[in-house]
Design a protein around this ligand. Structure first.
Ligand code: THU
Length: 137
């Protein structure tokens, strides 16, 4: 699936975003290696801290449907520059594919592409990776 198509799906997912506090609506579309797409949007909460990002809500939908192999995620915002996944989302996405491709786009057509490995290098360092090598207990 092309970046354009995936971005279009993320753009329509953004329409459902619940963002009464920040007014910053985000849509995400997560592509599996078998060509399925799961979309998500941000879901804010009055506590603010319990807000769920679009990327993680797309991921949760995919996992709940039985898909775990991901190739790419598109993220769409209405902003001057494309928004990149936050640190928490990077870590959660890396759980399933540390080399996931990321396409961040704005409604106005700006677009940036990254590999998750450049946004979150060494995702397991000090946690799972250290345990595997017996360096931490
Ligand atoms: N947000 C996302 O959903 N994904 C991002 O990549 C950036 C931030 C949401 C969280 C919050 O609801 C709003 O955008 C403002 O940070």
């Amino acid at each position: 699936m092309s970046n354009d198509e995936l971005t279009k799906i993320a753009t329509s997912a953004r329409e459902a975003a619940y963002a009464p506090y920040s007014k910053f609506r985000v849509g995400a579309a997560l592509l599996t290696t078998s060509g399925k797409v799961f979309s998500g949007c941000n879901v804010e909460n009055v506590s603010l801290g319990l807000t769920m990002c679009a990327e993680r809500s797309a991921l949760a939908a995919a996992i709940a449907a039985g898909s775990r192999d991901f190739a790419k995620v598109a993220v769409v915002t209405d902003s001057i520059r494309p928004a990149l996944p936050c640190g928490a989302c990077r870590q959660v996405l890396a759980e399933f594919n540390p080399d996931l491709k990321i396409v961040s786009a704005t409604l106005q057509g700006a677009r940036e592409e990254y590999g998750l490995e450049e946004l979150l290098p060494k995702p397991n360092q000090g946690i799972l990776g250290a345990n595997e090598h017996g360096e931490a207990s």
